[in-house]
Design a protein around this ligand. Structure first.
Ligand SMILES: Nc1ncnc2c1ncn2[C@@H]1O[C@H](COP(=O)(O)OP(=O)(O)OP(=O)(O)O)[C@@H](O)[C@H]1O
Length: 570
């Protein structure tokens, strides 16, 4: 009976403990920790409850002595085998049994604290230690306390969230206000933009009108200019004069820091060269190309003159000037925008001939390149073969000079490359790439119009003369000195011929040099429209040479060579 009650009590206790464990995993965990590390001191000690001390301890829970006694009896009857192992080796002493009994009774009095009995070593003997389990009330109290704490925390968080929300609300209000201010500004700006748009469309319309007007005036101006140029050409042709244009090259990078310009441009087509205190005085020419003129602008000004060759006239364009003054740049030039007159003339002649083909004209072009070096003539397109010059009456025959047909524009580039590589150059102190020979590019142009039966044979000569230079300044010796002497001698004959032609002398010494023999038809013996492009440098140090060049240019300008006539086949 007692045993049943005990086992029933234990069963109640274990169910209770199980149910607490189930509801409170934390508690179970703590109990596991307790069992593995030994009894917790708080649970190992008799509970400091009034139930365990004084008279209450004997009365047990709710003052029930019967239950306490029965429990004591139960404990004393626990078989040794079922007691903790630490006690099985030695029978418990009377005192320890008493202690166990008293603890057990306390344990029973607390009843719901379902901790397993443990044995605590006391001295050499071990006594079972009874730990207690929290009652449901305690658990619930703890839960309530935890929940209260949780509620307090949540209250605090809620409060904080409310405050944050309040602040955000204020910020939103602030942003709303700013937004309003901004949108007012945007509205004002939009109004301004509309005003400006209207103004700009008015201005655009005005600009367009002005541009149309400028276009009209420009085309009127161009028309008038071309009429004037034609009239001027006609006058010059009728007067049979050499046309003279001057080109001043820009200062080179190496000169900009060390030199100043000696050139002035008093009017659009006049020029003054200042040589220290002396001045050339203003001299007017058909055209003065200042350093700002590009290669294409220069060509634009002379293309009508070149066109005469397609119309059946002999045409000669000669670049003259001291060494390094820009003759080769003007005539041959570089690539692309830097192309000079010779390659540009090729493109121009091909495109102009295409236009004339629309009126029934047919053209055939052929090209020869002649070089005069040390007073000898060579073929630049045929292995640099010697060319023999023969004077036949008033004309010169060039024996052995090869002629190369030009079918299309790209043929010109191939021939130019061959000629360039053959052209003799040598470096001097005056101009590192100075060409040491006169180069004469000759186009033979055959034109025919079947409907009228008219045919012409004309020659276009494009001449890049070697540069004159003073022996003292150049500092050349040996072969280069010989070259320079020959160049200067041929140029001096050229100047003499021009002077004597100008003074209408009965004897003009064309035979004195190969150069003047080849250019004879351009300088008065023959039938040619001639233009001389005098190149000068702007540098003060070269002012003496520049002044000499434009003085010679003025002499040529005033030279009468006779009016050119169309070269019709009989
Ligand atoms: N209009 C120009 N614009 C820019 N550079 C130029 C111009 N004219 C000439 N030059 C430059 O000046 C230098 C001398 O020019 P260039 O070789 O044509 O002189 P040149 O009169 O032919 O000399 P030479 O008689 O010794 O052959 C070159 O470097 C050339 O590129």
């Amino acid at each position: 009976m007692i045993g049943r009650r005990r086992s029933g009590g234990l069963a109640v206790r274990s169910i209770a403990s199980r149910s607490i464990a189930a509801r409170s995993p934390k508690l179970t965990a703590s109990r596991r920790v307790t069992s593995s590390r030994g009894p917790l001191p708080s649970l190992a000690e008799p509970l400091p409850s009034p139930l365990t001390t004084g008279r209450h301890s004997t009365l047990g829970h709710s003052g029930c002595p019967a239950l306490t006694k029965a429990t004591s009896a139960n404990v004393s009857r626990v078989p040794i085998a079922s007691r903790p192992s630490s006690t099985s080796s030695r029978p418990p002493s009377t005192s320890s049994v008493r202690s166990v009994t008293s603890q057990r009774s306390t344990f029973v009095a607390n009843k719901t604290i379902a901790a397993p009995a443990r044995v605590r070593p006391v001295g050499r003997a071990s006594v079972p230690v009874i730990t207690r389990q929290p009652s449901q009330v305690d658990v619930l109290k703890a839960k309530v306390a935890a929940m209260e704490k949780d509620i307090v925390e949540k209250d605090e968080r809620l409060q904080m969230a409310k405050e944050t929300a309040e602040m955000q609300k204020e910020s939103i209000e602030m942003y709303k206000e700013r937004l309003e201010v901004m949108s007012t500004k945007v509205d004002a700006l939009n109004v301004q933009v509309d005003v400006l748009k209207t103004e700009s469309s008015h201005l655009k319309a005005e600009d367009e009108q002005k541009e149309v007007r400028i276009g009209e005036l420009t085309s009127q101006l161009n028309e008038k200019e071309s009429i004037m140029r034609k009239l001027h050409n006609d006058v010059v042709d009728l007067r049979g004069q050499i046309r003279v244009v001057v080109r001043v090259r820009p200062m080179l990078r190496s000169e900009v820091e060390t030199s100043v310009s000696a050139i002035e441009y008093p009017t659009i087509n006049s020029i003054i060269v200042n040589q220290g205190s002396k001045s050339s005085g203003a001299m007017t020419f058909e055209k003065v190309f200042t350093p700002i003129f590009t290669q294409s602008q220069v060509f634009c000004e002379i293309e009508d003159f070149i066109l005469s060759a397609l119309h059946g006239y002999n045409v000669g364009l000669i670049a003259f000037g001291q060494t390094g003054s820009g003759k080769t740049h003007t005539m041959r030039g570089g690539d692309g925008e830097n192309e000079g007159i010779i390659p540009r003339a090729a493109s121009f002649l091909f495109s102009a001939s295409k236009q004339l083909e629309a009126t029934g004209w047919q053209f055939q072009f052929s090209l020869s390149f002649l070089e005069i070096y040390n007073n000898e003539a060579y073929d630049l397109l045929n292995n640099h073969n010697v060319v023999k010059l023969r004077l036949v009456k008033e004309t010169v025959s060039l024996d052995g000079l090869s002629e190369h047909p030009l079918k299309k524009q790209s043929d010109m580039a191939v021939l130019l490359r061959t000629a360039d590589s053959n052209r003799k150059t040598a470096s001097t102190k005056c101009n590192e790439y100075s060409s040491r020979s006169h180069a004469i590019y000759m186009w033979k142009i055959k034109a025919e119009q079947k409907s009228t039966g008219i045919s012409t044979n004309s020659v276009l000569k494009l001449v890049d003369l070697a540069g004159s230079e003073r022996a003292k300044e150049s500092g050349v010796v040996g072969q280069q000195f010989k070259e320079m002497t020959n160049i200067n001698q041929s140029l001096s004959v050229l100047q003499k011929c021009v002077s004597m032609q100008k003074s209408k002398s009965s004897h003009v010494p064309y035979r004195d040099s190969k150069l003047t023999q080849v250019l004879m038809d351009c300088l008065g013996r023959g039938n040619s429209k001639t233009m001389v492009m005098v190149n000068i440098t702007p540098c003060e140090e070269q002012a003496t040479e520049s002044k000499r060049s434009i003085e010679f240019a003025a002499k040529m300008r005033d030279t009468h060579i006779g009016s050119a006539v169309q070269q019709r086949d009989q």
